[in-house]
Design a protein around this ligand. Structure first.
Ligand code: MG
Length: 237
């Protein structure tokens, strides 16, 4: 199987016992492939991986789906990366969004996307219009993150493209997440788990989706719960 998991609130979360159990399992079983799918930038993920407790993924989809990297070589996965780069309008995104009231630019390293913090005072309508005019998508997540991405680029779509390059079947994949920027992975039809303590909006949007389990346990506990719940993944436990 291939576990494609979000990091914050998902693979990095849960009780100490659940984390230990899942990390050990992923490390021990060569037939579990691991892919991180995160809003973080690659540098921030590489810093996390300096801690040996965390199992090393084969691939890392960062920047909410805008970059995809093979970890061992640190090389971008092609042609997926070039296709995304072609869609990105570049510096004019940040320039034009400077006009929007209440947007705070995130200082983290960002590639092929622009990330901001927002709140109740933010003029989201104007931000959306500007994104639209630049052929970009605007994604809100966790009640505070606002990302501008090339149109159609998201976690789910990039994961799908990666599987295409690897020639891996869709049905062997389990996706895991906890906030709205993970929604595209469930929408793509992958079997998935929304872990406990998820963003309420994500629970509403995934309710009734036959491919999605809404787990009771948070973080890694939710992933373990899903592996037991989906008949095809139980044998990995
Ligand atoms: Mg998360």
């Amino acid at each position: 199987m291939l576990l494609a998991t979000d990091l914050d609130g998902t693979f990095l979360a849960g009780s100490a016992a659940d984390k230990e159990r899942l990390y050990e399992l992923v490390r021990a079983r060569e037939d579990i492939q691991l892919v991180f799918v995160t809003g973080r930038g690659i540098r921030s993920v590489l810093t996390l991986l300096e801690d040996d407790i965390l199992p090393r993924p084969e691939y890392i989809i960062c920047d909410v789906g805008a970059t995809v990297t093979h970890l061992a070589s640190l090389v971008s996965v092609e042609p997926v990366q070039s296709d995304i780069a072609k869609l990105w309008p570049g510096d004019q995104v940040r320039e034009k969004l400077k006009a929007v009231k209440g947007l705070l630019h995130q200082e983290a390293q960002q590639q092929y996307r622009c990330s901001y913090y927002y709140d109740d005072a933010t003029d989201i309508t104007t931000a959306r219009e500007i994104a639209e005019s630049l052929h970009c998508d605007l994604v809100l997540s966790a009640g505070k993150y606002l990302d501008i991405l090339p149109r159609g680029v998201n976690k789910g779509n990039t994961l799908q493209q990666l599987l295409g390059v690897l020639a891996l079947p869709h049905h062997d994949v389990l996706v895991a997440g906890d906030s709205m920027n993970d929604f595209s992975m469930y929408e793509m039809g992958f079997k998935g788990v929304v872990v406990g303590d998820a963003e309420p909006e994500l629970l509403v949007r995934t309710a009734g989706m036959p491919n999605v389990l809404q787990a009771g346990s948070s973080g890694t506990g939710g992933i373990l719960e899903a592996m037991a719940w989906f008949p095809e993944f139980g044998r990995y436990l």
